[in-house]
Design a protein. Sequence first.
Lengths: 359, 77
Amino acid sequence: MKTVFRGKRITGLLSVLPAASVAFEDEVGNYTFPAKQTLRLQKVMGFKRHSIVKETTAASDLAAAGLACLFEKGWLRREEIGALVVSCSYTDHFIPPVSSILHGKFDLPEDVLCADISQGCGGFLMALTESFLLLDHLEPGKKTVAIATDVLSKRVSRQDRNSWPLIGDAAGIAVVENDPEADGIPTVIYNNGGLGQALMIPAGGSRMPSTPETARSEDRDGDGNLRALDNLTMQGADVFNFMQTKVPPLIEETLAYAGLTKEQIDWYLFHQPNRFMLRKLAEKLGVPYEKMPMNVVEELGNSSGACIPVCAVHNLAEELRAPEERTCCLAAFGSGLMWGAMIVKLGGMRFCEMLTSDL
Amino acid sequence: MKTILQILSGLRPEFDFSSSRDFIDDGYLDSFDIVALISELEETFHILIDGMDVLPENFCSVEAIAATVRKNGGTLD
């Protein structure tokens, strides 16, 4: 898809993190690898801490904490909401959708459209895209709430050194509104479903229901990482090569489509797989490291679809509340496999905050 | 070559890299070791290794690593 969304504006961002944060050093003993070898990764990959939900916390809980905050602070009123778009890969239940759970929890008006998107790393970009489209069909003055929330730590093996150290849980919430004065938002999104197995949770769905067999942890790839078929599996080398091959041309294409140069972008707010991958991406693109925040994995963990709002709020909260607008290039890449970018002016936000939830 | 062998021994001292023909097939290096190796090579040779060169075959032997270092502007002893 390649299009320009016109007359839309992100007027607020809120990210929600679980209160519990676990240090990488404290988990070194989880893995089958020598501790010294594992600790070396700390420097290269940027593993320090990651924020993880409690066993009892579901994806809707993080989003609900965020929505409750928005209502309490008066940053959003229930009657202003026209649509609730939620991206999530590990939902509370198969049925009902997370958006409906949130609708019920906050007793939202019955004419609010609720839509769930089953997406991983591209979740926030997809939720924004759906929100922009829906805004054209809502009553004047109505707003769309785009949410990316996930608790994928619950589906990652703690003995999988490829995935566990980097995983995090979070929700990102954007309030999106019509604004005839807003600049266009050039957007380019690609998919290649043939590569989908590179990032996958094999069991737990209708293709392979969970059984005691799928829950058994073992070294399935012969690489020393222990995981079950119920767990997330990531072919790290394939994902890295996909990213290095697809993302730089995507950014070049999106910039050309927007009529902008790389230098005219103030911030490159990308999905946060790990510091090594982002550094290589910045080098490939010829973008200074300083313009591409890459500290989310090391301090908070990779929260899948919520990474982009978490990155924006973690690094730029004050700047995005200031009246001046910044030209930002958002990019997501991952499960699907999908890769997409969006160039959007961000600034003058009513709120841009990080919330910690002890739910 | 000597510098590369020293870096490899620093990463995985339990292996004798001079006796292996393929570090990946022999299980001497996994994907995270390659990432750590790249970091060491970049620091030692003052280079940036292109992301497109981050492939197992470019790090499976001392000769392959030397070629990758040279390709990315490094000078070997």
